[in-house]
Each structure stands twice: as C-alpha cells, then as structure tokens.
Design a binder for this molecule. Structure first.
Ligand code: FES
Ligand code: FES
Length: 165
C-alpha cells in the first residue's frame, strides 16, 4: 500500500514534467508504478539484486528500488520502458526482443530492454562477452538468456549491415 504523501516533487519522466507527492525517501519504483501508472518497471527483490526495476536516470540504467525520489527530483531525466517505444512504434531493441522471443513470462523484459538500450548506445558493437557482462545483474526466472543475447546481438549486427549498404 502506498504511504501517505509527504512532499511534492517535480520529476522529468519520459520527456514530460510531472508532479508527485511522496516521502523524500520513497523509492522511485513506487512513484513510477503507483502514482504514474508506469507499471512496465517491476518490483522483484527490492534490494538491488534482480535488476527488474531498472530505469534510465540521466542515461544510466539504475535500480529504481534503490533510488529515493528526492534524489531525482528537479533536473534528472528519467526514462522508463514506456518512454523507449510503444506498441506500433517499438524501439530497435524492443523489436529485436519480440523477433527473437527473448522472454518467457515477460516480467524481467522491460528492465532487460532498458539495460540493452544503454549498452548499445554506449557500445554499438558489443561482443558476446560484453553483452553477458552488461546483462549479468538481471535475473530471468524463465531462463530466456540465449534468446536475450541473440536479440541484442541482432541489433548490433543490423548496425553493421546498415554500414555495409
Ligand atoms: S527490484 Fe530493484 S533490483 Fe530487484
Ligand atoms: S521472461 Fe520470465 S523472468 Fe524473464
């Protein structure tokens, strides 16, 4: 159950400025899910262990279960899975995950895509080892790891094909 609101904070989420009411130490995860209905970001462990809650904060994939809302109020740019693409307008990474069926139940998928998006932005041609290292902090109970890696590699490979044209 959400806690009673304490203070008002101004956040930038998916390119829009929003105001939320929360205790300063309320994890960003709950503000996103309970107040902004951005439920693509998941609660797994609440301890920074499973990676299910990752969002981009100023471009960095971070655990929203560990980030107090106060610390990202003001100028921080928060991007959730909903900000990366929408049905009918998927991002390249989202489309690749769909193409490769890189999921089972889909619970871990939003944060996997958030992480992979940041990886490919910073390193458009990651090796398999680099992909594994980047995705290492994400648990997938469905063990969809081979398809996840294949999806990420396909985005990197399509960049190569674009260059060859
Ligand atoms: S819910 Fe944040 S890391 Fe597991
Ligand atoms: S797809 Fe089910 S937990 Fe990863």
């Amino acid at each position: 159950m959400p806690r009673m609101a304490g203070r008002t904070f101004s956040l930038s989420v998916n390119g829009e400025r929003v105001r939320v009411s929360a205790e300063p130490d309320e994890p960003l995860l709950w503000v996103l899910r309970d107040q902004l209905q951005l439920t693509g970001t998941k609660f797994g462990c609440g301890q920074g262990q499973c990676g299910a809650c990752k969002v981009l904060i100023d471009g960095q994939p971070l655990w929203s279960c560990q980030v107090p809302v106060e610390s990202v109020a003001g100028s921080s740019e928060i991007v959730t899975i909903e900000g990366l693409g929408q049905p009918g307008n998927l991002s390249p990474v989202q489309a690749a995950f769909a193409r490769h069926t890189a999921f089972g139940c889909g619970f871990c998928t939003p944060s996997m895509i958030v992480e992979a998006t940041a990886l490919l932005r910073d390193n458009p041609r990651p090796t398999r080892a680099e992909i594994v290292a980047a995705m290492n902090g994400h648990l997938c109970r469905c063990a969809a790891y081979p398809n996840i890696i294949a999806a990420i590699r396909s985005v990197a490979d399509s960049d190569r094909e674009d260059e060859a044209r």
